[in-house]
Design a protein around this ligand. Structure first.
Ligand SMILES: C[S@@+](CC[C@H](N)C(=O)[O-])C[C@H]1O[C@@H](n2cnc3c(N)ncnc32)[C@H](O)[C@@H]1O
Length: 328
């Protein structure tokens, strides 16, 4: 009985479990969602998953040219990053609805970097019919694909899914596939560590003309720390998905120093992610937008501008790549 697996007090039938789970997922589109809500979703998904698909060890990470693919257990846990999950889940469904209205046919979506739960697509599957939207799901870990087959069949969403692909998204031949929407969240703060931009550039080739890439844009800016205070720069570097087909070699963020007093400052990078329309993850609302220290700078009298640069996907926390920070 599913009830035993998901820890419900009574033994429940598969039908009752599916009804309960769909209802729970649909709540994403209601009031603001708190951490406890996503913690509960995580526990339900974990309880119906193959434990081999929830690898928490660092050995489960895969190092790629554009950044690191995180282990399956860490990917599963991303659902608990509540503001991120809310904005991506809502933004994805809004984009699908808009596309469905404008084309008048079923919307074909590629979801790259699903982890073992494909969690960002589940609320749409619960609230839209397979005739309205179909997902191809892709992840680099074979355990993710195996678990997706298992849980999608258990929760009754298999009809919403076309292909389940195990591949490196940056190195996969999508053939003649022409998606209406390509969506992913493969990113660390400041576009560090994970290969978001490399995956966006590679999967955009599988987008049909007039299709949508989600997130729509990522903006970065610099922040200086002084005691308890933070001096905020503007957002000066942006990746606007509709306007770019490439993965830049360097991210170069700047800040105006005209009103900054001379002194030594830790330098951080701040992140804003626009998933779709008004579904925006603002700086420090989520792990993916957490302001992250990338270096230090000495501001001397007369200094006008601060520059910081690093390649996308660089590990900024453990400094496997030392960002260049300079003042002019
Ligand atoms: C941050 S997790 C997100 C998981 C899930 N989509 C969510 O939002 O809860 C990113 C996932 O993308 C996978 N991934 C990273 N780079 C990839 C690549 N180049 N090709 C395929 N999968 C990749 C990781 O292994 C991980 O499962």
């Amino acid at each position: 009985m599913v009830g035993e697996k998901i820890g419900l007090r009574d033994r429940v039938s598969l039908e009752a479990f599916r009804w309960f789970f769909r209802r729970k997922l649909a709540q994403v589109f209601g009031d603001e969602k708190r951490k406890e809500y996503f913690a509960e979703l995580y526990q339900i998904l974990k309880s119906i998953s193959d434990p081999r698909s929830l690898d928490d060890s660092v050995w489960g990470a895969v190092s790629l040219a554009g950044g690191t693919a995180i282990p399956t257990g860490h990917a599963a846990n991303c659902i608990t990053d509540s503001e991120r999950s809310t904005k991506f889940m809502r933004g994805l469904r809004e984009a699908i609805d808009q596309m469905r209205t404008s084309t008048g046919r079923r919307v074909e979506v590629l979801y790259a970097g699903t982890g073992p739960f494909a969690s960002l697509a589940l609320p749409t599957m619960a609230t839209r019919k397979p005739n309205d939207v179909r997902f191809d799901l892709l992840d680099i870990h074979p355990e993710s694909g195996d678990n997706l087959r298992r849980i999608l069949s258990l929760v009754g969403f298999s009809d919403h899914v076309g292909r389940i692909i195990t591949a490196d998204a940056t190195d996969f031949d999508f053939g003649k596939a022409q998606y209406d929407i390509v969506m992913m969240e493969v990113m660390g703060p400041g576009l560090s560590y994970e290969p978001q931009l490399a995956v966006m550039a590679a999967t955009k080739k599988a987008l049909r003309p007039g299709g949508m890439m989600l997130p729509e844009r990522v903006d970065l800016g610099l922040v200086l720390a002084r005691d308890e205070d933070f001096i905020e720069g503007d957002f000066t570097w942006s990746y606007v998905a509709a306007e770019r087909d490439d993965c830049p070699e360097m991210i170069e963020v700047e800040m105006d120093l005209q009103d900054v007093d001379p002194g030594s400052y830790p330098v951080g990078v701040k992140t804003r992610v626009t998933v779709f329309g008004s579904n925006v993850v603002e700086p420090d609302q989520a792990i993916i937008t957490r302001t992250t220290q990338i270096g230090e700078c000495d501001v001397e009298q007369g200094a006008t501008r601060l520059f910081a640069s690093y390649p996308p996907g660089a590990d900024l926390v453990y400094r496997t790549y030392e960002p260049s920070v300079r003042v002019e």
